[in-house]
Design a protein around this ligand. Structure first.
Ligand code: SAM
Length: 287
């Protein structure tokens, strides 16, 4: 029997090269290959503008700020680092993705910010504390083990130190899926992303209950909480005029720290504090 020619249609098994997982060895989604999409679809539009406008108002209210050095973990494109640097904080931005880091460097050129390419898990060696102020915004939800990551952050805090933590809210993700008509997906609780390709659905969205439980385990006090984008992501029509965008910002601002609204913010923003056992108690003060 004649041998079939080599040009035979290839078996589907060999049709495409094996796919390389975009996840890190630890199972985290570093943003290499995602920087452009992230910059455009988040910070390039109304959602990003609103997030930054709310943080601009919330951070001075939720944190005691007096120019202390800041460690920005998973600092991404550097918007938060730039905000703190503009207020006189010496900022160290830590980010594992070379692509995100080089964009941050380019856009913050001329600033005093120190840049460090490293994952959160290496902080004890790469940027050892204790730090009086750490920010970690929208990072834990991209990690395989966010609970361990919170423990690492807590370990770098100085006594009395503050952690500004922002996480992607799993309950809000469910709600927005229902609003969009993804009923089966919501009922099956298939909410988390897989971290494949360039999808921006986080692999580990978190609940408020988890943050409260893990903070208690780590001895961190939950000093303040707010919802970021409590209305915007559920709107049927995004505001079209500047006046409407301004009104929406005021609405978000009015209710972002009030029950029940903050609980459905797309992000939950916390101030977590490591108690300072050496500080004199109220009794010692005689108050
Ligand atoms: C949604 S972006 C948030 C960026 C920035 N913090 C912000 O709020 O705009 C998530 C960032 O977490 C980074 N990231 C992923 N895994 C990480 C890890 N293990 N340690 C530190 N950062 C990580 C990603 O590379 C990405 O830059």
């Amino acid at each position: 029997m004649p041998k079939p020619p080599d040009t035979a249609i290839p078996s589907p098994h060999f049709a495409s090269p094996p796919s390389v997982s975009p996840l890190s060895a630890a199972g985290d989604r570093h943003f290499d290959g995602m920087a452009e999409k992230f910059a455009e679809s988040l910070y390039g539009g109304a959602r990003g503008e609103l997030r930054l406008a709310l943080l601009d108002r919330l951070l001075p209210e939720m944190l005691a700020l007096h120019g202390q050095p800041l460690l920005d973990v998973g600092g991404g494109l550097g918007q938060l680092a730039s905000w703190f640097a503009g207020r006189g904080h010496a900022v160290t931005l830590v980010e594992p993705s070379g692509e995100m880091l080089s964009r941050a460097r380019a856009s913050l050129e001329g600033s005093e910010i120190a840049f460090l390419q490293a994952p959160l898990q290496s902080l004890p060696d790469a940027a050892p504390g204790p730090w009086a102020l750490i920010a970690c915004h929208a990072v834990l939800e991209w990690l395989a083990d966010p609970r361990a990551a919170l423990a690492t952050l807590a370990g770098q805090l100085a006594p009395g130190g503050q952690l500004s933590l922002m996480v992607f809210n799993r309950d809000a993700l469910r709600f927005s899926n229902v609003v969009k008509g993804n009923l089966e997906k919501a009922l099956a609780d298939r909410l988390a992303g897989k971290g494949q390709r360039r999808r921006l659905t986080p692999i580990s969205p978190l609940t408020h209950a988890q943050v409260v439980e893990w903070s208690a385990e780590l001895g961190l006090e939950v000093r303040a909480v707010a919802g970021v984008r409590i209305f915007h992501d559920y709107l049927r029509r995004p505001p079209e005029s500047d006046a409407d965008r301004e009104t929406l910002l005021e609405l978000e601002w009015c209710y972002c720290r009030f029950d029940p609204h903050w609980r459905l913010g797309r992000y939950l923003l916390y101030t977590l504090v490591r108690p300072d056992d050496s500080a004199p108690s109220a009794e010692e003060h005689g108050t």
